[in-house]
Design a protein around this ligand. Structure first.
Ligand code: HEC
Ligand code: HEC
Ligand code: HEC
Length: 121
């Protein structure tokens, strides 16, 4: 009888350990996903230097406009800093940033009044 009780307690302790482990793994997974969801753009920026001044893409500005990751990745932009080789001419033709910054979804790029909204000296 006494022996059985000891065995039972040991089992219970083992079960608790497994549960703690499961919770720990779950917390790790959630942390990793939350981390990547915030990696870029929410809270992060990507910068390019150009002769017209550096361009700063702010993830938060875009997330705050209700844009989802899938609105940009990966049909417009690769998920790697510097992976997209852009030119202003292509953007003005509606590629990359120009997919939205065309005067319809967002302010257009080929208007001299707007250059400084992206290009900072
Ligand atoms: C409005 C467009 C847009 C949206 C929305 C967007 N991204 Fe991006 N993301 C970009 C651009 C632009 C880059 C830089 C690509 C380049 O340099 O070629 C980038 C880069 C990244 C990178 C690479 C960062 C690095 O340092 O290499 C990751 C990761 C990323 N985005 C994840 C996300 C996630 C997760 C979301 C949703 C929460 C998201 N992005 C939403 C435009 C966007
Ligand atoms: C929506 C943001 C945005 C606006 C508005 C914008 N640009 Fe750009 N511009 C960019 C990005 C992004 C690049 C590419 C950076 C890179 O990949 O090196 C770029 C690149 C450039 C370059 C580098 C050379 C080239 O041809 O790619 C010049 C010069 C330039 N822009 C001038 C202008 C002028 C002038 C205006 C206004 C008439 C303007 N830009 C408006 C985002 C913008
Ligand atoms: C999926 C659509 C989309 C793409 C792609 C996109 N933007 Fe935007 N962006 C928006 C919207 C929407 C706004 C807010 C509306 C507005 O200001 O016209 C905005 C706002 C901005 C602003 C804020 C300007 C200000 O004065 O507050 C900057 C800077 C900007 N974008 C730069 C960029 C650059 C640089 C790229 C390319 C690397 C880019 N965006 C790609 C949709 C987009």
């Amino acid at each position: 009888m006494k022996n059985k009780g000891v065995q039972k307690r040991t089992l219970a302790a083992g079960e608790v350990a497994v549960k703690v482990l499961v919770v720990m793994i779950a917390v790790c997974i959630v942390t990793v996903f939350a981390g990547s969801a915030l990696a870029v753009p929410s809270g992060k920026t990507v910068e390019w230097s150009t002769p017209a001044g550096k361009v700063i893409f702010d993830g938060k500005v875009h997330a705050d406009k209700g844009l989802k990751c899938s609105d940009c990745h990966t049909k417009i932009f690769k998920m790697k800093k510097g992976a997209d080789q852009m030119t202003m001419a292509e953007i003005n033709k509606g590629k990359f940033c120009g997919e939205c910054h065309n005067g319809e979804k967002a302010f257009k790029t080929d208007d001299a009044a707007n250059c400084s909204r992206c290009h900072k000296k």
